[in-house]
Ligand binder design. Structure first.
Ligand code: IMP
Length: 427
């Protein structure tokens, strides 16, 4: 059974949505396994742009079954809003969208908890404010977590909220936050539950049956590998396993069924929120960092925050490509670098006077690393119309070849614009 995973190898926003959209046609299932509405997947079809935060990109194609796996944290109003947006754009959404009864529910008190935690300057991570971290905290803490399946039983849900909300209120009050009314919350969420009901199922059983029937599956990672809660730049990470290792836990499909893992990277690096970023370009309004931000439209899909930008970091990429078990790499947004005299790639770090070629396991150490760049010639041509490798200027091809050498994986695709057609197969 061919199962593919599309995973970002940087700090998220690698334009994975475009790759999953292109590959989606040949799969019967498109599955999300981690995160929640903190992701931002943009899919461009001609003059239409779809921005999805929670729903898998497969939902744009009604013949595909799109799954929100048990590993996600779901804010019901967001789910319903995204469905509504698609329906009003003429994209039918029905039984093709399935939500795991084991996924966790985000409540407004999770967002309030996050707001208070982020207001503390020392503890700030720069999160998306969508309640992701506090909801995952409740999941592993068990006592205060509510699963999607529990929303479907009115009496049970009210009992659970009666147990949880007073506890949350005491905590929130202690930090000067907003408090919540049990009955109001119960009414609100029971209202959502009726709309969610047709989509809720045991997705593990559904996927296992698909597996047995030889259906092709595409697993869509949210965030990037450097934001993985175990292997990323902790604590400046998200609260889930964004690496393909999250698939087994987050869907119930054993990872050994994966036959293709595609690592998606940008031709440069970006990051939102706080945390170390050795190749960041802090070069002011006329500098290359700002130019990349403008041309690459590097503003968060979810929060609109300007993204931090910098050169490609091959040391970090080798680290995440190995962790992800990537078979190949796709290079996105190569067109954004057009017009630069030269382009740089980091190939080693200087850490306290010592040259290292591995990714430090400690974010504090990474913060002290100075990049050692390799400089390559840039290209001035507009490459947005290139459709095959030989259309690319020599310098752009050399840049892609060098990425391939440094990461040690074949580059299978290069993207030169947001539209599906602006893609160069490299094989
Ligand atoms: P959280 O996932 O909202 O808890 O945020 C934790 C960190 O992950 C913050 O630095 C966010 O900016 C970052 N983050 C979360 N989701 C994404 C994403 O989809 N793309 C890029 N960064 C993200």
């Amino acid at each position: 059974m061919p199962a593919t995973c599309v995973v970002g190898l940087q700090w998220g926003d690698e334009a994975k949505g475009k790759i999953t959209d292109i590959l989606g046609d040949s799969h019967q299932f498109v599955v999300r396994y981690n995160g929640g509405a903190n992701a931002g997947h943009t899919v461009v079809w001609g003059d239409r742009t779809f921005k999805l935060s929670l729903l898998p990109t497969g939902v744009l194609k009604p013949h595909i079954t799109s799954i929100i796996g048990n590993g996600l944290v779901v804010y019901p109003p967001r789910f319903l809003e995204e469905v509504e947006q698609l329906v009003s754009a003429g994209v039918p959404v029905g039984s093709n969208l399935v939500l795991s009864d084991h996924a966790q529910v985000i409540f407004p008190y999770h967002m309030e908890e996050e707001r208070l935690a982020e207001a503390d300057a020392d503890g700030k991570i720069g999160t998306t404010g969508r309640g992701i971290g506090p909801c995952y905290q409740d999941k592993v803490g068990r006592r205060h977590a509510i699963r999607i399946g529990e929303l479907l039983h009115a009496k049970h849900l009210t009992e659970r909220l009666k147990q949880i909300v007073p506890f949350k209120n005491r905590y929130l009050q202690a930090f000067g936050g907003k408090t919540f009314d049990v009955h109001q919350l119960a009414d609100e969420y029971l209202g959502y539950a009726e709309k969610l009901r047709p989509h809720v199922a045991d997705t593990t059983r559904l996927l296992q049956a698909g597996l047995a029937a030889g259906k092709e599956m595409l697993f869509e990672a949210a965030q990037g590998s450097l934001l993985d809660v175990d292997h990323g730049t902790f604590p400046y990470v998200t609260s889930s396993s964004s690496l393909p290792s999250g698939i087994w836990a987050g869907t119930g499909i054993p990872s050994r069924h994966l036959t293709r893992i595609i690592g998606v990277i940008k031709a440069y690096t970006s990051r939102v929120g706080r945390g170390p970023f050795p190749t960041e370009l802090n070069d002011g309004p006329d500098g290359i960092g700002e130019r990349i931000r403008k041309i690459g439209r590097e503003f968060g899909t979810v929060t609109g925050r300007p993204r931090r930008t910098g050169w490609l970091d091959a040391v970090a990429l080798k680290y995440t490509a190995d962790l992800a078990g990537a078979d190949e790499v796709t290079v996105m947004l190569l067109d954004v670098l057009s017009g630069l005299k030269e382009v740089k790639i980091n190939r080693a770090y200087m850490l306290r006077g010592e040259r290292i070629t591995h990714f430090p396991s400690d974010a504090y150490e990474l913060d002290q690393c100075e990049p050692e760049y390799e400089t390559l010639p840039g290209w001035s041509e507009d490459i947005t119309g290139c459709r095959k490798p030989s259309d690319l200027p020599t310098a752009a091809r050399k840049y892609v070849d060098r990425i391939q050498e440094l990461v040690g994986l074949p580059v299978s695709m290069v993207s030169v614009g947001p539209d599906r057609a602006q893609t160069i197969p490299m094989k």
